[in-house]
Design a protein around this ligand. Structure first.
Ligand SMILES: [Zn+2]
Length: 205
């Protein structure tokens, strides 16, 4: 029971090459991140082994049906808290609602949080990503918001919105000491593919 050195958390991110993302169609509008917004996919999802497939279909939908350059969001968190790289963070995201996403780091969690609770693992990862993002891009806490704070939408759903409204997210982000914030680690393609294999095969275990 010695005093463990707190090594800090490394957020492992599955690269696009590992989940089979299509290329962006181009048309990158560059921006500098100054705020963070939290979203849900609004699809009631329970089987995490299908998450990589759903992510592919969201990207296809955004490119083919919405005419956007790429997945609307920069970071995608599945039901089990795995993190996937979405749109290039240096490019403005997209939205079907009435707000300007310029300057926003868009983080989306899988699920419909109007209808289902947000999982502990997914919420943990959101806390880590927001903490990392706020530190990396010098985002003030009043610029960490839910989509519904910005536009007329239910997004990110009641159960997730409650975590922003009641101060849970803010308190947890603030609980990290300076210098101990989570770091962002993009997995290699090989590591990412192994992670995907674990995710899609995890039902058999
Ligand atoms: Zn949203």
């Amino acid at each position: 029971m010695g005093d463990a050195v707190h090594a800090g958390t490394s957020i492992e991110v599955i690269p696009r090459s590992a989940w089979g993302a299509r290329s962006s169609t181009g048309n990158c509008v560059s921006h500098t991140i100054s705020s963070i917004s939290v979203h849900h996919t609004a699809t009631h999802s329970t089987d995490n082994t299908k998450s990589p497939k759903r992510l592919l279909s969201y990207q296809r939908y955004h490119q083919d049906n919405k005419g956007w350059a790429d997945l609307a969001y920069h970071l995608f968190i599945d039901l089990e808290g795995n993190v996937y790289a979405g749109r290039d963070i240096g490019c403005v995201g997209d939205t079907a609602t009435n707000y300007d996403p310029s300057g926003h780091l868009l983080i989306v969690l899988e699920g419909n949080f109007e209808k289902q609770p947000v999982s502990t693992k997914a919420l943990d990862r959101l806390v880590e990503l927001v903490t990392w993002g706020a530190k990396t891009y010098s985002v003030d806490s009043d610029k960490i918001r839910a989509h519904r704070d910005l536009a007329a939408t239910a997004c990110p759903g009641a159960s997730l919105y409650a975590k922003l409204q009641d101060g849970t997210l803010d308190a947890r982000v603030r609980s990290f000491d300076t210098g101990e914030e989570p770091t962002f680690r993009m997995l290699s393609q090989v590591e990412g593919q192994a992670r995907i294999q674990r995710i899609v095969g995890s039902q058999q275990k």
